[in-house]
Write a protein that binds this ligand. Structure first.
Ligand code: ADP
Ligand code: ZN
Length: 749
């Protein structure tokens, strides 16, 4: 038993970045631990704070410390390692610890939401038969309740009993008073295990016999788990190589050893299959509850999920980015699936990268970290090459299924031949028809939702663009409207050009809605469905489509790249990428990497069953390196060529990039202060910091804010951030200009 603290150091959750000392009332001492959420008197108010250490800071006389008021929960809200993590994150991502804690502790918990207790009833003593007989006459309801409870093996929720038997609380109270019935209270956590997301798949409950390569990778990971050391494994396995199975067995091992696990996926809503399989594996077989954690949870669900983990009732969580902060007491394994996904980077403060935070947390916890992907990020491969990560490879698909054959369709030729803008080439159309005839399924990808990407007046050249952002508006068939994909601004589709009033408005470019329409026309009787962010708005709609697709009720699925990750549909034998060039043209040094990853991932959706798959890629740039490398599934050569380029320009992974964004409503002010900042910065000449810019962001205006960016290339992030932050605090910024640092950004637009 640890000694009881009589004073503590508390971090107030109020933006006051200073630790404070408090005395602990005797009665509270047994529940106060590092990570407890407590109510504290601060000036004349009551605030919430986190217990950081079990003694007060030494700079204040003990006798003058004020007393803590209360502990909000009987369990800590943060595990001790999360304090260290928060400290590191604040320093690395140039933000305050407060904002990190805000990201770590779910809203309802931070606000001190009270625990909902549920009452349970059970029989305590059976009265003898004469008493029972009298009761039956005088109080038949009470007698009925006793009879009912005597037939139950477990305590039952009181509410349920009252409703079922139509008895009153008074009857219960009377029986409790007589000592025949016992009422207990338990924290409610029934909503912690969001079943909605689990696809009802109960197969493979006990796992597969692993392939040699799977086994090799698992053995290596298991060794780390056994050793209880910090080690990062980069599991580079081709699509369909059974990486998930390796994660599951590593999780199994960790649980068997009494440890907890975090399993991160880029987007939980897209992985109902994975959740279903986890349930089947861990719950059905060994009763181990899996907590599901994602952004669509309601406040109540979020709270319950959190409580289940913090209280130790559950030890496994599968979730998106923020699940990396799960307060799991004995964390022994973190898995990051599809580790290359940009979705792991949070776009708001704190702008952390879920994968990198996972690695750092594993380091603090001295535990295993597994990063998995068919197309690892260059940063991760680089770390593997340098020996910082262990590389575990799986080069073959399970059952030796073939990687699909990739056909490139040169759209320049196609357009020339057909003398008109081509959207679906003859080749792709023919393959689609073939699949329909054979009752096999196809998926078509296009990374742009909506119907057309812009609309143009062919008379005067007017292009409809957003009032608030410097982007064109996208036409959406649904609702017949123009929509801004940045800020959501929308307006009805104009019949005449707003400028010259001619009826010559034309839609240009293609989106998923348009593809859906074309394919419907092309295939006549086939069932075609679309899945993209627009379809995501209704969660059940989305699940329904995936479900129908799996059951074979849909022939062709059209979607954005958001469905490119992770899906496993055995009957899909054709995958088409309608326009492979979209990502190639982005003004981003990762354009080639993203294109390569997209192609390989998209292709990976084909041929996962018994039949081989085919992939058709339409491009105007068939000879560009990422497309060629992807066609040959040649990760090694792609990596070497791309690394070479990055090295030449000193881009990541050779150095870190920090993006400094200045924004405000007045473009002149924004430009002026960005310039001035850079001049100040150049004066102090920080070593190992190369400055580029300022320059307007590629999309200069978003949501009425003009944006300028400055880039810093550095070798050591924390050192640079410290220097930049110091300078920032003394720099006189205009009140209308906001500046933020984005460390290791993934979105440069
Ligand atoms: P990846 O994540 O590497 O793309 P998955 O983990 O989705 O691949 O596995 C692909 C398919 O192979 C899944 O349907 C999975 O159930 C199955 N599978 C995995 N391992 C084995 C194995 N050892 N033997 C047979 N089938 C397996
Ligand atoms: Zn807009």
């Amino acid at each position: 038993m640890a000694t009881l603290a009589d004073s503590v150091t508390v971090v107030p959750l109020t933006g006051l970045s200073k630790d404070l000392g408090y005395r602990v009332p005797r009665a509270l001492a047994p529940v106060i631990q590092v990570g407890s959420l407590v109510r504290i008197p601060l000036r004349s108010r009551t605030e919430l704070g986190l217990v950081k250490a079990l003694t007060a800071p030494g700079d204040f006389p003990f006798s003058r410390l004020r007393y803590l008021l209360d502990a909000v929960y009987p369990i800590p809200v943060l595990t001790p390692d999360l304090f260290l993590l928060a400290e590191w994150m604040a320093a690395y991502y140039a933000t305050s610890q407060d904002s990190v804690f805000e990201g770590m502790i779910p809203g309802p918990v931070r606000r001190g939401k009270t625990l909902k207790k549920r009452s349970y009833l059970r029989l305590k003593n059976q009265p003898d038969s004469t008493v029972l007989e009298t009761l039956r006459q005088r109080a038949p309801r009470q007698a009925e309740l006793l009879r009912f409870l005597s037939g139950q093996l477990q305590p039952l929720p009181k509410g349920l009993v009252l409703r079922r038997l139509k008895v009153s609380s008074a009857s219960v109270a009377a029986l409790v008073k007589k000592g025949w019935v016992e009422e207990t209270h338990q924290v409610e956590e029934r909503r912690a295990y969001d079943d909605e997301l689990a696809e009802g798949e109960q197969v493979c409950g006990s796992g597969f016999v692993l392939t040699d390569e799977q086994k090799c990778a698992l053995d290596d990971i298991n060794q780390t788990i056994e050793l209880g050391e910090f080690r990062v494994h980069l599991l580079h396995g081709v699509t369909g190589s059974g990486k998930t199975e390796v994660y599951f067995q590593a999780i199994r091992r960790t649980l068997d050893k009494g440890g907890g696990c975090i399993y991160l996926v880029p987007e939980v809503a897209l992985t109902p299959q994975t959740v279903g399989r986890m349930r089947a594996r861990f719950e059905t077989v060994s009763g181990e509850k899996t907590v599901v954690w994602h952004s669509h949870l309601s406040e109540g669900e979020r709270f319950d999920a959190w409580y289940a983990l913090a209280s130790g009732a559950a030890r496994v969580v599968v979730g998106a980015r923020s699940a990396v902060f799960a307060p799991i007491p004995n964390l022994r394994l973190i898995v990051v699936d599809e580790e290359h996904e940009p979705a792991y980077k949070q776009a708001e403060v704190p702008r952390y990268h879920g994968r990198d935070v996972a690695v750092y947390r594993s380091r603090i916890c001295h535990c295993a970290c597994v990063l998995g992907s068919a197309t690892p990020a260059l940063e991760s491969m680089f770390n593997a090459e340098k020996g910082k990560y262990r590389l575990n490879r799986i080069s073959r698909r399970v059952d030796d299924r073939k990687l699909p054959l990739i056909h490139l369709v040169d759209m320049r030729r196609e357009t020339f031949r057909q003398r008109t803008g081509v959207i679906i080439s003859d080749f792709l159309a023919q393959k689609l028809r073939q699949r329909c005839d054979r009752r096999e399924q196809s998926i078509l990808f296009l990374n742009r939702r909506g119907y057309s990407s812009s609309m143009l007046c062919t008379e005067c050249g007017y292009v409809a663009s957003c009032k608030h952002c410097s982007v064109t508006l996208t036409y959406h068939l649904t609702g017949h409207r123009l929509l801004c994909h940045f800020c959501g601004f929308e307006q009805p589709f104009p019949r005449n050009c707003p400028k010259c009033h001619c009826q010559t408005i034309r839609r240009r470019g293609i989106g998923t809605e348009r593809i859906e329409e074309i394919v419907r026309r092309l295939l006549g009787k086939a069932q075609v469905m679309r899945i993209d962010a627009d379809a995501m708005v209704r969660r059940n709609h989305f699940r329904q489509i995936l479900d129908d697709f799996r059951k074979g009720k849909i022939d062709v699925l059209v979607g954005t790249q958001m469905i490119a990750k992770g899906l496993d549909f055995p009957n899909v034998t054709l995958v088409g990428l309608v326009d492979a060039d979209i990502s190639l043209h982005l003004p981003d040094f990762r354009a080639a990497e993203r294109t390569f990853q997209l192609l390989v991932q998209v292709a990976g959706r084909a041929g996962r069953g018994d039949r081989a798959g085919e992939v058709v890629v339409q491009t105007y740039l068939p000879h560009s390196p990422p497309i060629q490398f992807a066609r040959r599934a040649d990760f090694e050569d792609f990596l070497q060529v791309e690394l070479e380029q990055r090295r030449e320009f000193h881009y990541p992974p050779y150095r870190h990039l920090i993006q400094h964004i200045f924004r405000g409503r007045n473009p002149d002010k924004v430009a002026f202060f960005a310039e001035r900042w850079v001049r100040e910065l150049e004066k102090v000449a920080i070593a190992d910091l190369e400055i580029r810019g300022p320059a307007p962001s590629p999309f200069e205006k978003i949501k009425d804010n003009y944006r300028y960016q400055v880039w810093y290339f550095v070798r050591n992030v924390t050192r640079a951030v410290t220097r930049l932050s110091a300078l920032r605090s003394s720099f006189k910024m205009d009140k209308d200009v906001i500046d933020v640092l984005d460390v290791d950004p993934v979105d440069l637009l």
